[in-house]
Design a binder for this molecule. Structure first.
Ligand SMILES: *Cc1c(COP(=O)(O)O)cnc(C)c1O
Length: 370
């Protein structure tokens, strides 16, 4: 079976974890601090704050910007639940805007019609590892005096021009969940150039206690701390990330070369000037010539672990439908949920794995059109 994702852990991770175990300092400490410093420098920002998940990072970011009860935050319904739930955790309302069909990211032309006097921020997602069109988002945010939050949980190392994901907007968030482009198992990071936001995130991860004055509880906080053990894995992974990314992009190019022009499917489109880091390599099936669910079944029967991200847009789940959304509200997201298929793209694929994926899809096309 070719899995849809596979963390690549080697001697570097083992060595660094062992050092932490031997030091006896398991909880948040020096290794976390070093991970933060190297991650901030990698993204080209002044501050990085480590937490124990991408969800915790987003929750902390929303808290740091002072978003709360009665506020609205614009985001997309075609994403993982963790993009929108942290908005609700702080008592605010996620206001969905549909995505663009070929780039999977927020449709910037539909943002302004959703802005009200309650809107405080735009929380956009770099879905599948492709940066969203930040320039246009920033222009709208500036005009309406909104904060910008970048959900870069799938976009470690992605770029627009020479700027890295995590350096856009007021504050950005990453995840190091086991399937992400760099992984700790669980873990997250907040990146920002704003010292106050970084301090607020540090306080929030530590029961509202400033790290400068112990046992002084200024505000409500949580236990969102990362451990030295996981930070050791994170550091080793961060140093290997450029190599992982190169391999993902090379794999994507090979898949696109092999699949381009095959009737019934559309290969990923690249935003001009952006570096897509292919957290997922996602094709769109037309559901006429190539039926998505049948192709998925066929690939799995041949040992290829394809996946659907995401089978149902957020607004159609009971939890978010409660906010007043219904079927038909976001037609592009609804269409994509029925048409997208992600193929294995991780750095440990061999050329023969990639050829097998291409050949199996061509084989399916032959069978389906016979
Ligand atoms: C993974 C992910 C998150 C949340 O990360 P966790 O570490 O699982 O909490 C948030 N947003 C997106 C787009 C993600 O892919």
């Amino acid at each position: 079976m070719i899995p849809i994702s596979k963390p690549l852990l080697g001697d570097e991770e083992k060595k660094m974890v062992l050092e932490v175990l031997e030091s006896g300092n398991l909880a948040q400490g020096d290794v976390v601090k070093q991970f933060e410093e190297e991650f901030a420098s990698f993204c080209g920002v002044k501050y990085a704050v480590a937490v124990n998940s991408g969800t915790a990072a987003l929750h902390s970011a929303i808290h740091a910007l002072g978003i709360g009860k009665g506020d609205e935050v614009i985001t997309v319904p075609f994403t993982f639940a963790a993009s929108a739930n942290p908005i609700i955790m702080e008592g605010a309302k996620p206001v969905f805007v549909d995505v663009k069909p070929n780039y999977f990211n927020i449709d910037v032309d539909k943002i302004e019609e959703k802005i009200t006097n309650k809107t405080k921020a735009i929380l956009y997602v770099d879905l599948y590892g492709q940066p969203a069109n930040y320039d246009k988002i920033a222009k709208i945010a500036k005009k309406h005096k909104l904060f910008v939050i970048e959900d870069a949980c799938q976009a470690h190392g992605a770029k627009i021009g020479d700027r890295f994901a995590g350096s856009f907007g007021d504050i950005a968030c990453f995840s190091f969940y086991a399937t992400k482009n760099m992984a700790c198992g669980e873990g997250g990071m907040i990146t920002t150039n704003n010292e106050e936001y970084a301090e607020l995130c540090k306080r929030f991860r530590h029961h509202g206690q400033s790290e400068k004055t112990r046992y002084e509880y200024v505000d409500l906080g949580y236990n969102y701390r990362l451990t030295n053990v996981l930070a050791a894995i994170g550091l080793a992974q961060l140093r290997k990330l450029p190599g992982f990314t190169k391999k993902r992009i090379a794999n994507a190019n090979k898949l696109s070369k092999g699949l381009e022009g095959l009737p019934g499917i559309t290969v990923p489109k690249l935003l001009p000037g952006a570096k897509h880091v292919f957290h997922q390599y996602t094709i769109i099936c037309d559901n006429k010539i190539i039926k998505r669910d049948e192709l998925l079944k066929y690939l799995r029967s041949k040992g290829i672990g394809a996946g659907i991200y995401y089978p149902k847009p957020l607004h159609l789940h009971p939890h978010f439908a409660k906010l007043g959304y219904k079927e038909g509200d976001f037609p592009v997201s609804e269409m994509l949920a029925k048409s997208v298929l992600s193929l294995p793209i991780h750095p440990s694929l061999s050329d023969s794995d990639i050829n097998l994926i291409i050949d199996t899809i061509k084989e399916f096309y032959e069978v389906a059109t016979k």
